[in-house]
Design a protein around this ligand. Structure first.
Ligand SMILES: Cc1ncc(COP(=O)(O)O)c(C=O)c1O
Length: 442
């Protein structure tokens, strides 16, 4: 018998699943086999309401016709074109459409295949920018505690997640971190931006004093930290970071992988907070999660700094085989069209008050120590079970799935970020299901 004959088609062991409790999953698998609009269909034929837009990426909802058609058409017409020294029209068109919807001043686009790659690309642009300007001593990168910037070495170095530090060695050198802004003791149950904590931005001044501005290339933050539990910046915090970075000639990078493409009720978080970074990192909602794609937007000043030197020489020594892939570009263009047709990049603003009210109705239920929200993203933080962190929220996740609702949990925090086509009735269902679960959760 050959090796392949021995593999049963339903054997789950070969696939080592990402960010998953593999043994638990394989004992009791949770399989989706189809999806449409706001719902998944499970292998056993149940409908599950998507409370998380997949992994914060399916902003237009599932299996949207324009996107499906565009992908099929493009795959038949031009499946692949080399990304280096060759081009195809859709990548250029997409870059233009992105610049059209991006905050003013972000005029050039580099394409990637994921949020993690977008982060690495942004950090490399920042380092190289200072070099081409003759300021190569600026090599230090500043991130933030509880920051999540994907899984590659640059991203986990500027990120502030303890497991990455424990498991993967010393990471990049020359990195420092600002404190996170989650001060639950003062800001619990805040609706929207918390009042307390703007002074945490001044920690950047302390870091500048320690290292000297002349050694610092860039600061990277998520405007709203998503994956570590929906940490919303205090009023005025991002503006102050912008002032400090500008004053010291340090580039400001916003990682908008989650906040981009309408999540906060504005096209980007930069629009919501009225703060424009020098570099904006995006992915996820760019192509509605259907085909992997990311985009990094940079200012003209950064782009133009690279455009000296002989014309036959590659200006920026970086790129991916699939940067601006034709099928991904077609998917992203159709995604942006769908957003435009249905006003999805701002729809979150209309629904945010209803979402906020519904979410905060869970205050007072057992174990709930905080509820927070902004745009169409919200979090319910639970008191951890003593000595067993993450278990309580994971148990809520499993129960929600059984009761027909997909939520996301991180630590003991439940996060909700529905597709932007969500209706009030869906919000009622999400909150109703969570309310039932929280009442009996151990
Ligand atoms: C802020 C942020 N940056 C980067 C990433 C990494 O994106 P990807 O998983 O597409 O590599 C994520 C993913 O959740 C994210 O939330």
């Amino acid at each position: 018998m050959s090796n392949s004959d021995a593999v049963m088609p339903n054997d789950l062991s070969a696939f080592w699943m990402p960010f998953t409790a593999n043994r638990q999953f394989k004992k009791s698998p949770r399989m989706f086999v189809a999806a449409k609009d706001m719902h998944y269909t499970t292998a056993d034929g149940r409908q599950v309401l998507d409370g998380t837009a997949g992994l914060w990426c399916v902003n237009a909802g599932h299996a949207r016709p324009k996107i499906v058609e565009a992908i099929a058409k493009q795959a038949a017409e031009l499946d692949y074109a080399p990304a280096f020294q060759m081009g195809h029209p859709k990548a250029f068109e997409l870059a233009n459409r992105l610049v059209d919807i991006a905050p003013k001043g972000l005029d050039h686009v580099l394409f990637t295949n994921s949020g993690s790659e977008s982060v690495e690309t942004a950090l490399k642009v920042a380092l190289a920018y200072h070099r081409v300007k003759g300021d190569g001593a600026r090599s230090r990168l500043i991130g933030r505690e509880r920051g999540y910037h994907g899984v590659n070495f640059g991203g986990i170095s500027v990120g502030g997640i303890v497991t990455n530090r424990k498991m993967f060695g010393t990471l990049l050198t020359g990195v420092d971190h600002m404190p996170h802004t989650h001060i639950i003791g003062k800001n619990a149950f805040t609706r929207g931006e918390p009042q307390h904590g703007v002074e945490l931005a001044d920690e950047l001044e302390r870091i500048v004093t320690l290292h000297d501005a002349s050694t610092i290339a860039a600061v990277i933050v998520e405007p709203v930290a998503g994956s570590t539990g929906v940490l919303i910046p205090p009023v005025g915090y991002l503006k102050r970071l912008r002032e400090i970075t500008k004053k010291h000639g340090i580039l400001l990078i916003f990682d908008e992988v989650i906040t981009g493409y309408g999540r906060l009720g504005t096209p980007f978080a930069a629009d919501y907070f009225g703060v424009t970074p020098d570099i904006m990192v995006t992915a996820k909602g760019l192509s509605n999660g259907v085909i992997p794609m990311g985009a990094v937007l940079v200012s003209a000043e950064i782009h133009d700094a690279f455009m000296g030197g002989p014309e036959h020489v590659i200006e920026f020594f970086h790129g991916y085989t699939y940067s601006g892939n034709p099928v991904a570009s077609a998917a992203a263009l159709a995604t942006l069209e769908t957003y435009k047709d249905e006003g999805l990049l701002t729809r979150g603003a209309e629904l945010a008050p209803y979402f906020e009210e519904a979410l905060h109705s869970l205050k007072g239920l057992p174990h709930v120590i905080d509820i927070r929200n902004i745009g169409l993203v919200g979090a319910i933080e639970l008191e951890p079970i003593a000595g067993q962190p993450t278990k309580r929220a994971f148990s809520a996740f499993l129960q929600a799935y059984e009761q027909g609702l997909l939520i996301r949990t991180t630590g003991d925090i439940i996060a909700l970020s529905p597709p932007l086509i969500v209706e009030k009735s869906h919000i009622d269902q999400m909150v109703g299901t969570l309310s039932n679960i929280l009442k009996t959760l151990e």
